[in-house]
Design a protein around this ligand. Structure first.
Ligand code: BGC
Length: 723
């Protein structure tokens, strides 16, 4: 957590020396505020509990005025005047929303990831917030799990880069600055692997999977100086993470060197009782504290259970003090003792807010993946006169926020309808929802289909409501809900009869399984939830003002039965072979995703040739340079993203089929040719040997570079490791 100045360390010692047990437990307690017409209310408590020091931290307090007032009570009216830590889930923006994390991952641009976190931090800090429960770093290969939208997707390598970028963005260069907020890496660890993608379900995987897949993003966050970590709600092989001393104390704190604050998830300490590992709040509190959890979020277990736990000898005062000290250090690092009111002190200027919305539009457009465009229906012609805009997401501004909208109001989101009207002022936009997002009412389908009669093109906005992904939003059928398929099929049929294109845009927090739509639509876009400028961002893509450049961050399944589906899987002693029924394959479905990880088209075409690997034989200390020539073969400027994969040919542990080791981007004018150089430090090629110790095994590897994880799209070279 960085070193404190001597006077800061002395202040913490002095405070600890003066605190009563109740005041100490207050520092270890975070309670939730909600808003009523009369102002903030602390659920089950009152401001008196801040005054008495029984509550030292708050979440969900929105608005600089409310934050300032609560802070004033803590600082000016409590006995010791310890400032409050005020936290909120600022996941993809605060008032100005960017696309949610998975959609942002589709940019494959760490600098953009950092920038949106920086802007979110500035905006949240201007509202008095000092900590965000982000970034979410749960690698997940299961689109049934609604929270896949909040994180890095399927790749641990992406998770590491996302962790670094987001921690740097939220925390800035100086955590004490008025526009920096503390980041919380969550949910440690393995939450993305809940059984069958079912929310809050049990998790069980090998220590190898832990170390290869689920842990690396958290290690990267710790290295980047993340201020806090949140254990997951879930258990790992029977031990709830909130009570997992082995992973929290030994692995996270001792092995990874994390010395920041551990904040429980919402009510998770009390939920140790429901997990079946604690008899009551007293045992639950003792288990969590002993595992190293410093702050109890809302369960009240620390407040009500720790005094008895202390009396019974289940915890020691030294353990309580250790946690209080960590909380006070964090408050010190945030500059809260120096000036508790620095966040939320000044309004942001109109110019700053306008610039932030401009960025939201740009990032929104850059997150939209062009999945198919076989007949080049996109971009649509600028001279369109009549456009049918159909589907339940066409005029749904609030839904454009996606899950976790912090303080963003529905009426500040730009709907697709509004965006298209602005983009085609001369055209008539014929709009009908046809059906609701979910629900059985199909009575609007016929009227929507009728609008195709007069139109020159159809834009069909389909998908999920914002609350159908995110927390508590697992879906056993990750497809189009309600009667949307019926609407889409009727529209496709009418449009075919009239020979007009149907561009389908999917709004969702996960890849939706829609192979039938992919094969029938004239073009298919994964729009995710594009954020507050959604309509303009989509219009930028539809009109061709921006050329699509995003790539799917998830291997896109063609059937639910393929899940979990990911490029980094290991092979088999009987690899898939269509001619051999005793090989690793389905008898009723292809093994391949509908769209490979990294797939995404643009309005131009690129060719890649001439892969060079230098040196071709390298030792542990070397950095290998990998060059590839890229040519823009189309008639538009565009940006190509290339992935660097490695395939180990042999090892003592069966190697994954592909390992991601880098991303490169190159922007080229029409007809232009350039060279993209990627760097691969050989040390990065260490893998975990049979005993889980990192090893660099000598031998040959394949170096693969290309636009996606589809093997056929990759150029291959060789590298020999001499170690
Ligand atoms: C979620 C966390 C979130 C917390 C506070 C929980 O339900 O799992 O991700 O940070 O609530 O809102």
């Amino acid at each position: 957590m960085g070193t404190l100045k001597p006077q800061e360390a002395r202040r913490i010692d002095a405070l600890l020396g003066r605190m009563s047990l109740a005041e100490k437990l207050g520092q270890l307690t975070m309670m939730a505020a909600t808003h009523t017409v009369t102002g903030p209310v602390i659920t089950g408590h009152s401001t008196d509990d801040i005054r008495s020091g029984r509550i030292g931290n708050l979440l969900n307090l929105i608005g600089a005025g409310a934050a300032r007032e609560m802070q004033r009570v803590a600082v000016e009216e409590s006995r010791l005047g310890v400032p409050l830590l005020i936290a909120l889930d600022v996941i993809h923006g605060h008032r100005t929303l960017f696309p949610p994390p998975l959609a942002e991952v589709a940019l494959f641009d760490p600098e953009a990831w950092r920038l949106t976190a920086r802007e979110a931090a500035r905006e949240a800090a201007a509202d008095g917030i000092a900590m965000t429960f982000a970034p979410m770093l749960d690698v997940s290969r299961d689109p049934r799990w609604g929270r896949i939208v909040e994180g890095p997707g399927e790749s641990a390598w992406v998770g590491r880069r996302l962790a670094e970028a987001k921690v740097r963005g939220f925390q800035g260069n100086d955590l004490a600055a008025a526009d920096s907020i503390a980041a919380v890496a969550k949910h440690f660890c393995g939450y993305g692997a809940v059984t069958a993608g079912r929310e809050y379900a049990s998790v069980d995987f090998s220590e190898r999977a832990l170390r290869e897949v689920y842990l690396p993003p958290f290690a990267a966050a710790v290295n980047a100086g993340v201020a806090a970590v949140m254990p997951a709600f879930t258990d790992l092989a029977g031990i709830p993470m909130t009570a997992h001393a082995g992973l929290l104390r030994r692995l996270l704190r001792l092995e990874l060197g994390f010395d920041g604050v551990l904040v429980s998830d919402y009510n998770a300490v009390a939920e140790l009782i429901r997990h079946g590992v604690a008899a009551d709040l007293i045992e639950a509190a003792a288990l969590a504290l002993r595992a190293g959890v410093d702050i109890d979020m809302v369960s009240g277990a620390y407040l009500h259970g720790l005094p008895a736990a202390l009396e019974r000898g289940l915890v020691s005062l030294a353990e309580i003090d250790e946690s209080v000290r960590r909380v006070l250090i964090l408050k010190t690092r945030l500059g809260l003792f120096e000036d508790p009111y620095r966040r939320g002190a000044a309004l942001e200027s109109a110019a700053t807010l306008a610039e932030r919305r401009r960025l939201a539009r740009e990032i929104g457009a850059r997150s939209i993946v062009l999945l198919t465009n076989p007949v080049e229906a996109l971009p649509l012609s600028g001279s369109l006169r009549r456009l049918a805009l159909l589907g339940p997401l066409a005029d749904a501004p609030g839904e454009m926020r996606g899950p976790w909208w912090s303080a963003a109001q529905p009426d500040t989101q730009v709907s697709v309808l509004a965006g298209l009207r602005a983009a085609w002022p001369q055209a008539r936009i014929l709009h009908a929802p046809g059906v609701e997002i979910a629900g059985e009412d199909g009575s609007g389908i016929a009227a929507a289909v009728e609008l195709c009669e007069a139109a020159e093109a159809v834009v069909l906005c389909l998908g999920e409501a914002a609350t159908m992904s995110g927390e508590a939003a697992s879906r056993a059928h990750p497809e189009l809900p309600g009667r949307q398929r019926e609407l889409a099929e009727a529209v496709l049929q009418r449009a075919r009869a009239r020979n007009i294109p149907v561009v389908a845009a999917l709004f969702s927090g996960r890849p939706l399984i829609v192979p039938w739509l992919a094969s029938q639509a004239s073009a298919l876009l994964a729009a995710w939830f594009p954020g507050c400028e959604a309509g303009h961002a989509l219009a930028d893509i539809l009109t061709g003002r921006a050329s699509p450049s995003a790539r799917t961050p998830i291997s896109w399944p063609r059937a639910v039965g393929q899940i979990p589906l990911y490029f980094g899987q290991r092979g088999s002693g009987r690899p898939a072979d269509p001619a051999n029924s005793y090989s690793s394959r389905y008898i009723d479905e292809s093994n391949e995703p509908l769209f490979a990880f990294g797939h995404g088209l643009s309005y131009t075409r690129f060719s890649i040739t001439n892969l060079r690997v230098r040196p071709e034989s390298a030792a542990a200390s070397a950095t290998v340079e990998i060059d590839v020539d890229v040519q823009n073969e189309g008639s538009r400027r565009g940006e190509e993203t290339l992935f660097l994969f490695v395939r180990r040919l042999q090892g003592r542990v069966a190697p994954p089929l592909l390992e991601l080791h880098g991303i490169g981007k190159i922007a080229l004018e029409p007809g232009a040719r350039g060279t993209l150089r990627l760097h691969l430090p050989v040390a990065e090629l260490r893998s975990l040997g049979p005993d889980l110790e990192p090893v660099l095994e000598p031998g040959e590897l394949e170096i693969l570079v290309g636009p996606s994880a589809d093997r056929a799209s990759l150029l291959a070279g060789r590298l020999t490791l001499v170690v």
